[in-house]
Ligand binder design. Structure first.
Ligand SMILES: Cc1cc2nc3c(=O)[nH]c(=O)nc-3n(C[C@H](O)[C@H](O)[C@H](O)COP(=O)(O)O)c2cc1C
Length: 207
């Protein structure tokens, strides 16, 4: 079964390295991850005053994330933190209060940078938001992809063979397994709960 994955990329740059990494993850697990890129560049800045009559772009993004089985964040680091455009998308999806489209969605976070620490700061700021948003976030493998450059990709934008591609492949497989484990565990728990509710009802009827 292919899981629907909403991919949110924290860079709007046309030649974004992070977007290429995101595409590579989809390519590697295309059999089991049905990936859609969620475009966030046109989202008006979050403003709580607009919650009663939200802009259509907010509604579109909220619907797209709601329809997904899991969320994959792939982002650069800006000034040791999460790029504003991604933080805005997270804020938009998290509201109105109590109606967050991120709630309970399994997630993974990948950060890529030409720098040596691979967007560590940004990665953990995104993780912090995910914890608050009640998203089970994949712990391993951690994905701080450092020293990523144009040279990491071939002419069609795919990762060239090498350690980076191997790490990304490990990650893509682990993310599939993470989403699978969470979705199947929830289904099993729901089945158990339905079964025990039925048993209790039957016991009451025969009491
Ligand atoms: C505003 C800004 C801030 C940046 N800050 C960092 C940073 O803190 N750490 C880092 O590793 N790279 C930083 N960079 C460099 C980015 O990692 C690099 O431009 C990268 O290619 C951006 O990702 P993208 O290719 O997906 O657009 C920064 C770039 C910009 C434009």
């Amino acid at each position: 079964m292919a899981y629907k994955i909403a991919i949110i990329v924290g860079s709007l740059r046309e030649g974004s390295l992070n977007r290429k990494v995101a595409r590579s993850i989809c390519g590697i697990r295309g059999d089991n991850l049905d990936c859609s890129m969620i475009e966030i560049g046109d989202l008006p800045l979050y403003n709580q005053d607009l919650d009663a009559d939200p802009p259509e772009q907010w509604v579109r993004v909220r619907d797209q994330v709601r329809a997904a089985d899991g969320v994959l964040f792939v982002s650069p680091e800006y000034n040791r933190g999460v790029p504003g455009v991604l933080k805005n998308a997270i804020d938009v999806g998290s509201r109105p209060y109590g109606q967050s489209v991120f709630d309970k969605k399994p997630a993974a976070i990948v950060t890529a940078s030409p720098g040596s620490i691979g967007g560590f700061g940004s990665n953990h700021q995104i993780r912090q938001a995910c914890v608050f948003l009640n998203m089970p976030v994949m712990q391993q493998p951690e994905a701080y992809l450092g020293h990523v450059s144009e040279d990491s990709f071939d002419g069609s934008g795919c990762l060239k063979d090498g350690p980076l591609k191997e790490l990304v492949a490990t990650l893509a497989h682990a993310f599939h397994d993470w989403v699978d484990m969470i979705i199947r565990s929830r289904a099993a728990l729901a089945e158990d709960a339905a079964h025990s509710a039925q048993q209790k009802k039957a016991e009451k009827e025969h009491a």
